[in-house]
Design a protein around this ligand. Sequence first.
Ligand SMILES: O=C(O)CCC(=O)C(=O)O
Length: 233
Amino acid sequence: MFEERKTRRSNFLPPDLLEMVRDKLDELYAEVRVEDRPTFLSRGKVAMNRRDALWYAIPTSDGFLPHYRASTASYGSPHIKIKKADDTKAMDNNMLEWMQPIIDRLEQISGHKINHFVFHRYVGYEDKIGAHHDKTQDLGDGSTIFSLSIGNPRRFDILADTKDKWIEKNERETFIVKDNDLICMPWDINQVYRHTIVPCKKYSGVRYSITARSKCTLYNKESKEQKIINTKL
Ligand SMILES: O=C(O)CCC(=O)C(=O)O
């Protein structure tokens, strides 16, 4: 089903742009050490984040930054007031310059303004992201979620939600995402299905991914104001 919907597209970036983006991602991660990953307690044992993540967004001229509230509980609606900024950094002009061709193309595909990015890095074979739906409280209504792969292959699955009684529990599609593959998950797919990077001994090389989204919630760190925008182009 997902293959038919063109969920995965290969050779997304032209070769020269691909090499430039690869260099920029190496630079972005040059100082980030796997040993410094945050740790947390899991069933009484100290566990480590199984991927690195850097968050960036495009600032507006009036000082607002697209905001991504990762938690669910008290943040069900974008209209609930944000109390503090998240970890997202403002993209500077240098970063915007190399990202712009990617942004333009993704906006053409989705019809929405793309303004928020997570640059992930997966290193060893144990690196992963568990099965999840992307939170929609700050996602522009109807917008697509993109994941661009740069580097070594990894296993990317899209699978049924175990809580959803209307779809087959074993419904799962596996993509071995390769260098320069783009995964496109439209709004409705994210609502119904989860996605995950599955840890596999076979896939242990470094992979970067750029998750690109359209955030409708913006926050101004200085004035502590919040606004909701329409991301449709
Ligand atoms: O690395 C990927 O392609 C997946 C990232 C992801 O699931 C997310 O950012 O929500």
